[in-house]
Design a protein around this ligand. Structure first.
Ligand code: ADP
Ligand code: MG
Length: 671
């Protein structure tokens, strides 16, 4: 079925039936009409003029006004970007957004995706030398700086969704500002270099802050078109937000007039659970009633499925889109009249004292709540149902704390170092991270061997920075060459890169666990994942087999694509991706430990595990193959804090392996 859909998609793009001139003309006219009715269109000339006149411009405008899709086209139409002068890069914090926006703009310009308009996201590059408008994740632009220090292939850098203040966008602020200055200096020294234009785009009212950072850059306000939205709160706090969501969805569906629903949920798990539930209940609606169709939207969803969100609902059907905060500002979905806001988001957090990173469920900020509400009033008056009380709303923070102030900075510091910025403490941050967290990141990189005792990037660190992975995972893959187990390690890292290759419906938990029991490896989750993959290969990915064993076939496929990419990366740096340790699987675990030594814990006399790094007690997650087991030591990839510190992706280790895995770290600990 998937293949069929893909084919349909290609067929639509390939225009197999040559269109006659009149039809083409009509289509172009309709598209132009669409573009011209967007709020941003009236500001077109002013925007072009400002970008032409000043090195940096800040554009502030309501979500859906046309910033992301139109401004790059304006710049191109005005002749500011070209093969000679350089292309336009538009950064996005999320890959789904980058892909969708590129597709949309290719459609609007009647060009084939990957030619004049393209995108680059991790593990997928659909751009070429011809590309003049390139949508890319902020992480990808950071990586391009490694090979193109002054970003000479670009004339204009558009930093989009600036209000989100993701770690990578924040790093780009400082870096492109510096690059702009260097290019200007070189140019005034007579070098044949184009000046760099910077456009910062934001959906919230924080434009002054950006302007200040970019030396008083001009701010342009695009007036949005927003209809009134009624907001409702719950009377009582909701103990179970999934339950409350389900009730609200069906109340709207049964009682309210036509219009699609957009529901904000914290993550893929919640979205998948609720999608199943909604579809189940929807199938029990009376035949005379309007149908209800659930469409999930989250970052890891394959493109063909994402498209469903934009397709109009079938006749006599209401669409309910279940999305992460991706739909808050980066993607505009037409036809939304109702918004349900559960009030929660998953946020990365980091405690520099104990070195624990977490992905926690957090109440959103007031500004997020308003953004979510606004999605209901794009085309007509709408309604927003907030699944929390008015008191709870008043207690929300005004804005979300920038990621740079709350996450592990090891990856950021490594990428700054690799881009030639040695003094990371003095870097030009828009919001300076705490000194403690920067020092912590330097210590971690030192322990990993990515920097030497003078803080300079090592050979290993340079290689690590080239991998599109967290420094710890990058190190594990690089080390796998020495441990002779690249085949196994690459496979496991790929499987760990996706949310979960298992699929566990809440009502069939036991059955799922039972059917997967045969894959369990006594040494834990890493080798268990490998067993699953081996079995999957043996049956050649048979759909029935996956179903029977509750394997999430889609995620396995995504993991295998990632694996292909990692194999290519390894070949590039002379690591044999086919090297295997055979039955000596301890090698695999020892190799993982070279990256995850800080995530290890040792068994205590009372039967608990105490972490080596922070001396706190950690509990093995019930979903782990190691649950309830007592072994000398454990290593884990993930620590989740709910009521206790739970660890996931856990394997058994021996304490004797630790010093060899990280000599610098464990020698320091002794002193
Ligand atoms: P902004 O960046 O200001 O939030 P966008 O440029 O992303 O706005 O979107 C402008 C308009 O383009 C949206 O309101 C929507 O109507 C339309 N649009 C964007 N992406 C798509 C898409 N994939 N399919 C259909 N329409 C789209
Ligand atoms: Mg946008």
């Amino acid at each position: 079925q998937q293949q069929q859909k893909d084919q349909k998609f290609h067929a639509a793009n390939a225009t197999t039936v040559p269109l006659d001139r009149a039809t083409m003309k009509q289509m172009r006219k309709e598209m132009l009409d669409f573009r011209q009715q967007l709020p941003i269109y009236s500001g077109r000339d002013a925007i072009i003029q400002s970008i032409q006149d000043s090195p940096t411009v800040i554009v502030m405008g309501e979500t859906g006004s046309g910033k992301t899709t139109q401004i790059p086209q304006f710049i191109l139409e005005a002749g500011m970007a070209s093969y000679n002068a350089g292309a336009i890069a538009v950064t996005q914090p999320r890959r789904v957004a980058a892909v969708n926006l590129a597709k949309r703009v290719a459609e609007e310009t009647f060009t084939t995706l990957g030619k004049r308009v393209g995108y680059t996201v991790r593990f997928d590059d659909t751009s070429s030398d011809e590309t003049l408008i390139k949508y890319l994740t902020d992480g990808m632009l950071l990586r391009e700086i490694l090979s193109d220090e002054l970003l000479l292939r670009y004339k204009v850098i558009v930093l989009d969704e600036a209000h989100e203040r993701t770690l990578r966008t924040d790093m780009l602020f400082g870096m492109v500002k510096k690059i702009q200055k260097i290019r200007k200096e070189k140019r005034s020294n007579g070098e044949d270099i184009e000046e760099l234009k910077i456009v910062v785009m934001s959906a919230t009212l924080d434009a002054e802050k950006f302007s200040e950072f970019f030396d008083g850059a001009k701010i342009l306000y695009v007036s949005g078109r927003l209809f009134p939205v009624d907001s409702y709160f719950t009377q009582e706090p909701q103990a179970d937000y999934l339950d409350a969501s389900l009730v609200t969805i069906f109340q709207i569906h049964v009682k309210n007039p036509k219009g699609d629903i957009l529901m904000f949920l914290p993550g893929q798990d919640a979205i998948e659970t609720l999608t199943t539930l909604v579809n189940e209940y929807a199938s029990q609606l009376r035949p005379s009633q309007q149908r209800l169709l659930a469409c999930p939207l989250f970052a890891a969803l394959p493109p063909s499925q994402q498209q469903k969100v934009f397709d109009p609902a079938p006749v006599n059907t209401r669409k309910i889109i279940l999305a992460t905060n991706i739909a808050e500002t980066s993607i505009t979905i037409p036809g939304i009249k109702y918004v349900i806001d559960c009030g929660l988001a998953k946020l990365r957090g980091f405690n520099p004292k104990i070195g624990v990173e977490s992905l926690l469920l957090h109440p959103i900020s007031k500004s997020s709540a308003w953004q979510r509400t606004g999605r209901a009033g794009r085309e007509a008056a709408g309604v927003c149902y907030r699944l929390y009380t008015e008191d709870a709303f008043r207690e929300l923070d005004d804005d979300t704390v920038p990621e740079i102030r709350r996450c592990n900075l090891a990856a950021a510091v490594l990428s700054l170092k690799a881009s030639g910025i040695d003094n990371v403490l003095e870097f030009d941050y828009m919001d300076r991270p705490s000194r403690a967290s920067l020092i912590r990141a330097l210590e971690e990189l030192y322990a990993l061997g990515a920097i030497d005792d003078k803080g300079h990037l090592s050979e290993l660190g340079k290689k690590m920075s080239e991998f599109p992975l967290d420094p710890t995972f990058a190190k594990v893959i690089i080390q796998s060459g020495e441990y002779g187990c690249s085949l196994e390690v690459i496979a496991i890292v790929s499987l760990l890169s996706v949310d979960s290759i298992f699929f566990t419906p809440s009502d069939k938990r036991e059955q799922a666990t039972e059917s997967r029991r045969k894959f369990i490896h006594p040494d834990g989750d890493h080798l268990t994942l490998l067993n699953v993959l081996k079995a999957y290969w043996e049956v050649k990915g048979d759909v029935g087999w996956c179903k029977e064993h509750f394997i999430n076939i889609r995620n396995v496929k995504i993991a295998l694509e990632i694996r292909d990419q990692l194999i290519r990366f390894c070949e590039r740096i002379d690591i044999n991706p086919a090297a295997t340790c055979g039955t000596d699987t301890d090698q695999v675990l020892k190799c993982f430990l070279t990256g995850f030594f800080q995530n290890s814990a040792l068994l205590q006399p009372d039967g608990s595990y105490k972490s080596v790094a922070g001396s706190q007690t950690v509990k093995i997650h019930p979903g782990s193959a190691m649950f309830g087991k007592r072994v000398e030591g454990i290593m884990y990839n993930e620590l989740v804090f709910t009521t206790k510190h739970y660890v996931r992706s856990v394997s058994s280790i021996q304490s004797a392996w630790l010093p060899a895995a990280a000599p610098k770290y464990f020698n320091n600990m002794k002193n």
